[in-house]
Design a protein around this ligand. Structure first.
Ligand code: GLN
Length: 555
């Protein structure tokens, strides 16, 4: 079949959940055996979100081929259970950069370079490139909200694509909000009417409306929306708020979204969707299960989207270990003393220190790691979290009291975490880290191996610093195990403290590969360890909490 393009726009408000709607549609099509890819077009001028603050923009999701992308790519991959590539993330910045570079090379010699056709052609080129792998469906989410000035070239480009690809091969799905006014008890359709008017004024008549609302949208209300927006009532789909994002595809399936999509692109719907595994995931994510409390210590604790994939990966592990994960956000900056760190960990069954950049909160993270290590609390360090664990071990076990990372150390400190050799010549901050998927060799006697059950794995990276070669033998001599390295053994990828219930640090980002239908083995093992430690705490006979831990040894 010819590739079908589905364009997802959003109206009324931002943060509408367009990404989840696009990902859910992808899931429902994949479940019917179609091959699906999803692309995000972002109207901002950054070349990619790599240099944007996670506090503003949420986490940076890294694809296997090393693109720093919007967090929606994470939802897409998790829902359609497929690795996406650089082609799936395109910003206005990248579009303008390409056009301007070509202008400087003289490729448009004689022409006046303009938004239409040069920018719009470049946008179309990227959209068609995403479908170049022969996918049956390319779902293209346009970032921002209809009415935004910066989104206009994208809207114009998709209008043209519909003309070029033909009615049956391009579909417009507009997502909106139907607000509920509690005082009158009414759902209000006017903002949706206006948003569609705006879209139509740009030459786009939506084929399908997905209307987010608190409660069910009745048939008469759907007919009213349809009448004012020129969309058949049966293509006005209600998308009621769900307790978990994993329930959204199932809710949209119930509402008949895919039937409407397939009808409009002329594909006969022969196959019943296979959603068996997904239903289990959605059901379990809502079940009331025994709880484990896991602390996440970071600096963006006020915005959980900054650690979105970590949170999702923990949820996945909870689903498959039959527990419900309660996350406690720990502001690392406030753990200025060992006592404060011990207090912060009270009542927690595990500590996770995620990735990050810069000095803020580092000493607090180190205090928390000391507490987790010496009090046998399961610990999982990711990227910066692993680097902090190495600093902590170097200071408190190897007695290198001024151990630190070259990223933020004072002049007299010892760099136990150092800039990677390949990074020394890099100029600028955009896209210059060690990015994407690299192989990691696992020591078969390690705890990490019990999770992976494989000696060679691929994991995604985003870092500039690494464990220093000089410190490595000292760490090992003092009992830390290097349980994963690059295949040539030059780069430390995984560290563990062997006689601890579960203390693992990884230089990569395992959370980026965890999926609801295939949870990540290290997250599974970490969560299992937290359950075991919690159970031991409940049964004093098997309590290991009082066990005295490894004495400090001089380097
Ligand atoms: N800032 C550290 C580095 O660049 C860790 C990066 C991260 O946690 N993603 O190496």
């Amino acid at each position: 079949m010819k590739t079908k393009y589905i364009f997802v726009t959003g109206g009324v408000v931002s943060s509408l959940g367009k990404g989840i709607i696009a990902a859910s549609l992808g899931k429902l099509l994949t479940a019917r055996g179609f091959s699906v890819t999803i692309q995000k077009l972002d109207p901002y001028l950054n070349i990619d979100p790599g240099t944007m603050s996670p506090f503003q923009h949420g986490e940076v999701f890294v694809t296997a081929d090393g693109a720093e992308t919007d967090l929606d790519l994470g939802h897409y991959e998790r829902f359609i259970n497929r690795n996406l590539t650089k082609a799936s993330s395109v910003s206005a910045g990248k579009i303008y950069q390409n056009v301007l570079e070509r202008e400087r090379k003289g490729e448009f010699l004689g022409a006046t370079v303009q938004i239409i056709p040069h920018i719009t052609n470049e946008i179309k080129r990227h959209i068609f490139a995403a479908g170049g792998d022969g996918s049956n469906f390319v779902i293209v989410e346009i970032g921002g909200t209809i009415g935004d000035i910066e989104g206009l070239p994208f809207i114009e480009a998709i209008r043209q694509i519909r003309l070029e690809a033909g009615q049956q091969n391009a579909l417009f799905l507009h997502a909106t909000l139907i607000p509920f006014i509690p005082t009158t008890g009414e759902l209000k359709t006017k903002p949706t009417q206006h948003s569609v008017q705006e879209l139509r004024s740009l030459g786009i008549q939506p084929d399908i409306l997905v209307c987010r609302s608190q409660g069910h949208i009745s048939k008469p209300e759907r007919e009213k929306i349809g009448l004012f927006t020129n969309v058949p009532a049966e293509a006005v789909i209600s998308c009621i708020d769900q307790p978990s994002i994993y329930q959204v595809p199932l809710a949209l399936e119930e509402e008949g979204l895919v039937t409407q999509v397939l009808q409009r692109v002329g594909v006969s719907q022969a196959i019943e969707p296979d959603l068996t595994q997904w239903r289990i995931v959605a059901h379990k994510s809502q079940q009331s299960l025994p709880t484990v409390h896991i602390g996440i210590a970071g600096k963006y604790t006020k915005l959980s989207d900054a650690y979105l994939s970590v949170v999702e990966a923990l949820k996945h592990a909870g689903i498959y270990t039959d527990c419900s994960i309660q996350i406690q956000w720990i502001s690392a900056e406030e753990c200025t003393t060992p006592e404060a760190a011990t207090t912060a960990l009270q009542g927690l069954d595990g500590l996770l220190v995620p990735g990050g950049f810069g000095i803020r909160g580092i000493e607090g993270k180190i205090n928390l790691i000391t507490a987790a290590r010496t009090q046998c609390i399961p610990f999982f360090g990711i990227c910066l979290g692993m680097q902090c664990a190495v600093i902590e071990y170097a200071r408190n076990v190897c007695n290198i009291m001024r151990a630190n990372s070259a990223e933020f150390m004072a002049p007299d400190d010892v760099a136990v975490i150092d800039l990677m050799a390949e990074q020394k010549e890099k100029i600028g901050l955009g896209g210059t880290m060690r990015l994407g998927s690299f192989p990691c060799k696992i020591n078969s006697t390690s705890k990490a191996y019990t999770g992976y059950q494989k000696e060679l794995v691929q994991e995604r990276h985003r870092h500039r610093y690494e464990v220093s070669d000089i410190i490595r033998p000292i760490l090992e001599k003092n009992g830390m195990r290097i349980s994963g390295t690059s295949p040539d053994t030059t780069l430390v990828e995984i560290i563990e403290v062997p006689d601890h219930p579960w203390f693992i640090g990884v230089q990569f980002h395992p959370e980026l590969q965890s999926r609801p239908e295939s949870p990540h083995p290290l997250f599974m093992n970490f969560v299992t360890a937290t359950i075991e430690e919690k159970n031991k705490k409940c049964c004093p006979d098997t309590n290991t909490k009082t066990k005295t831990y490894k004495p400090y040894i001089n380097a």
